[in-house]
Design a protein around this ligand. Structure first.
Ligand code: FES
Length: 551
């Protein structure tokens, strides 16, 4: 006879009684916090707590030896919550002090930690702290950890901004004082009357006044300058990619480069890998340069011509020139992008759901009127943040149509018998060409049209403090001697100018990274530069937002 097999007990499940006990204990602690909020520690009684918790008085003794033990447990709960929800996450951000301090303000004044109920309980215990050692230990330990964290973050920020004249201890004390004052204000209000947004703005205003520019801008304020850290910040770069580049118009080439059916232009852009293809009907199609099956680029060179189909060599899928699937086993179509023409200039961007998409870009005045030859496309690695180059362009574009390199340097070059911008401008005038004009296509492109042709500069962020400068040079078609001279001079001038531009940007970046640098206001900054800095400042941790800005 076989003995019946004993069933194995099921795998260990959370013990129900234990979970239920934990819930009951927490219910008592919550009720105790509510009672402390209304009555204060000395007038809080077990009866008042169990009345709020709707539990029997006897049950309190099951969890706590005395009323004092229950009060201490409530305070320990608040201290543990403060540690878990504020001290731990902020300590993890120590290496990014601006972000850490902005988040600290947000959490410290948020409803989770600073509800009127919890704030008044902390104050009630502080009142008792001198009389009872355990309260003193719990409150004191929380305060010490908080002070140490704030002091460390301020010291790191002083190091980062180079503002070494500041006293970390004094600044930290000031911030803690500001936060305490705002908490005290909460303690005397109801949840419906507390303006937490205003409280956070006031705390950030304190930090902004000590570290100008590091915490974004006050609402409506014009940006004086961006903080040095904004030119080498990984989190900011990530935010810039998301907010500024993902759906921005990017220059791909000229329409005339897409002459026949199958001709394509490829753009490895900051937000999208794009392909512009002319189809058999003569229409231009902007497509994602990525096979549907795997994210594999369908065109690797900047320009070229497809045969009748766009073929992917990896697994043999093919697409018609408008991106629709072709072949015996067609898959899905290639993703379509948006396309805009500014004269002959072709721009593409990833589609977005935004209600108000950015307007299609304008070409530089005169860019379309000049007969242009095939482009020379070059790329330069730049040891500077992309914004350094853009700020320089915006300053220059605001300078109007002044010939590049004019002034004493141009005159000196003339005297030495060499080439010069002055000579270039004179030749252009002789040929009846307009002086150079520039237009900026946000966030990262400058288009310049002059007597020698059209130059498009496109700067791409590579890493914090590093960029790639892409240069499209469309020389004027050489028909006459003067045209050829202009094209030659323009090419030489452009090469020298670019080298100077890159050198200048790298020098500025080194200056920004030097410990002694302090961001200073620029008087009479061009409006376009102000608007650009404003758009970046909004992305800084704690950056101010105007009403109506996207979240
Ligand atoms: S990745 Fe293109 S066909 Fe497979």
């Amino acid at each position: 006879m076989t003995r019946p097999r004993r069933r194995r007990p099921p795998a260990a499940a959370p013990s129900r009684p234990r979970a239920s006990r934990a819930r009951q204990r927490q219910r008592l602690i919550d009720a105790c916090i509510s009672a402390l909020h209304v009555h204060g520690p000395s007038k809080t009684t077990v009866e008042k707590v169990v009345a709020i918790a709707r539990m029997s008085p006897g049950i309190v003794r099951f969890y706590f030896d005395s009323k004092d033990a229950m009060l201490v447990a409530s305070l320990e709960f608040l201290a543990a919550e403060f540690e878990e929800r504020l001290l731990v996450p902020i300590a993890a951000l120590r290496s990014r002090p601006v972000e850490a301090l902005a988040t600290l303000v947000d959490l410290y004044l948020g409803v989770e930690l600073a509800s009127t109920r919890k704030v008044s309980v902390w104050y009630a215990f502080w009142g008792e702290a001198s009389a009872r050692q355990e309260y003193h230990d719990i409150c004191g330990s929380r305060d010490d950890k908080f002070e140490e964290l704030v002091r460390d973050l301020i010291a790191r920020l002083i190091e980062e901004t180079g503002a070494r004249h500041l006293d970390a201890d004094a600044i930290a004390l000031g911030l803690i004082g500001v936060l305490e004052m705002l908490w005290q204000g909460f303690a005397f209000q109801t949840e419906s009357t507390i303006d937490r947004g205003e409280a956070k703005r006031r705390a950030l205003a304190y930090l902004r006044s000590v570290f100008p520019g590091a915490f974004g801008l006050a609402p409506g304020a014009a940006p004086a300058a961006l903080p040095a850290g904004a030119y080498a910040s990984a989190p900011l770069l990530e935010a810039e990619r998301r907010a500024l580049f993902r759906h921005a118009w990017q220059f791909a080439g000229l329409g005339r480069e897409l002459g026949a059916a199958g001709a394509f232009l490829m753009l490895d852009g900051p937000g999208e890998r794009a392909l512009v293809v002319r189809d058999a009907a003569g229409a231009l199609n902007a497509l994602r340069n990525s096979c549907h099956q795997r994210p594999h680029a369908l065109a690797m060179s900047r320009s070229g011509t497809f045969g009748g189909l766009i073929c992917c060599p990896l697994h043999g899928l093919s697409y018609h020139l408008d991106g629709t699937p072709a072949g015996a086993t067609p898959g899905a179509a290639l993703a379509r992008l948006e396309l805009a023409l500014a004269g002959e200039l072709v721009f593409v961007r990833a589609p977005a759901d935004d209600a108000a998409p950015p307007p299609a870009p304008d070409a530089a005045p005169g860019a379309a009127a000049v007969p242009l030859a095939a482009p020379v496309v070059r790329e330069h690695e730049v040891a500077a943040d992309w914004k350094v180059l853009v700020e320089r362009w915006l300053e220059r574009a605001a300078g109007g149509a002044e010939p590049r390199g004019s002034g004493p340097e141009g005159a000196a070059a003339d005297a030495a018998g060499g080439w010069s911008a002055r000579r270039y401008a004179a030749l252009g005038a002789q040929a009846g060409a307009a002086p150079p004009r520039a237009s900026f296509v946000a966030p990262n492109q400058l288009i310049e049209a002059g007597a020698g042709g059209v130059v498009v500069l496109q700067v791409l962020p590579v890493a914090p403090g590093r960029a790639r400068l892409r240069e499209f040079v469309y020389g004027r078609e050489s028909r006459t001697r003067i045209d050829r001279a202009l094209a030659f001079l323009a090419a030489r001038l452009e090469a020298r100018r670019l080298a100077a531009e890159v050198g200048l940007a790298e020098s500025v970046q080194r200056g920004l990274e030097s410990p002694g640098y302090v961001a200073e206001a620029v008087a009479d900054a061009p409006p376009a530069l102000v608007a650009f800095r404003q758009s970046i400042a909004r992305l800084l941790p704690g950056g101010a937002r105007d009403p109506g800005d996207p979240p």
